[in-house]
Design a protein around this ligand. Sequence first.
Ligand SMILES: Cc1ncc(C[n+]2csc(CCOP(=O)(O)OP(=O)(O)O)c2C)c(N)n1
Ligand code: SF4
Length: 286
Amino acid sequence: MQATQFDLPGVDISWCPGCGDFKILDSIKLALTELALTPLDVVVVSGIGQAAKTPHYMRSHFFNGLHGRALSNATAIKAANPSLEVIAVGGDGDMYGEGGNHFLHTVRRNPGITNLVFNNMVYGLTKGQASPTSQVGFRTPVQVDGVHSQPFNPLATALVLGAGFVARANAGDVEETKDIIKQAINYRGYALVDIFQPCVSFNKVNTYAWFKENTYWLEGHDEKDFERALALSVSDAPYPLGVLYRGTERTTFEGSLAAYRLDDTPLFRRGARREALKEIIGYMSV
Ligand SMILES: Cc1ncc(C[n+]2csc(CCOP(=O)(O)OP(=O)(O)O)c2C)c(N)n1
Ligand code: SF4
């Protein structure tokens, strides 16, 4: 198998030279290749933003939907065809801001999808406004006095809502990020990987050097220890990188659907049952 099978030749990539998104794209393609997946096995789902353009730049199935809606679309795709590896990608604004409510409820639902968040602590596509993960004091052309609100903590939030796989990576560390993405894909259930991603154009504070200096890779950490994972998730800089928590796998959203109880044929392979549909419409129009 070629490591280049997920490459999309001749594509015009609009990311700025040096953007951390390039490295994450490399990590994703390497992870998929090492897992012996093909472009036909994978669907990459996104919303809006620079990070959300990732599926435009790789060869696989993809679905690009509304701002903040990657997770709901990904959940539906997984339910319709559980044999696909469904990967929802996007920025911190898209996933935690515009899509914040979907983030909360997707964690609770536990679909068997991988959620990769390119966390550059800024809105890149719309030219540098603060995002939910911007740090207090971060100045932007809009937040001229610096950000006042506390940053959203995706790892702690996911943990308390019952996420089974919670990890953090750093875009600059391609090998390690690739390994974590592989583990997330292999986890049967909702898996979050928050990836620190330098935006070289609009975030001059949280740079490659800053992320390097303010992070460390976990060693000897017990991934089953929930209390420890929670403590790590709320710790200030230096921020821990690696798999913070890997819980026991539980029933997924699609696994609990009544539609699959007697028949595991993916929904998209079943013909439309017109008589049943008419009956349902009949009930609704009474
Ligand atoms: C409903 C809606 N609100 C706002 C916008 C404007 N908008 C487009 S991308 C974006 C933020 C993207 O930031 P992030 O998700 O962090 O991704 P990045 O570009 O930094 O990768 C916003 C606010 C929009 N397109 N649609
Ligand atoms: S604006 Fe920032 S996030 Fe967007 S492509 Fe440029 S460097 Fe990357």
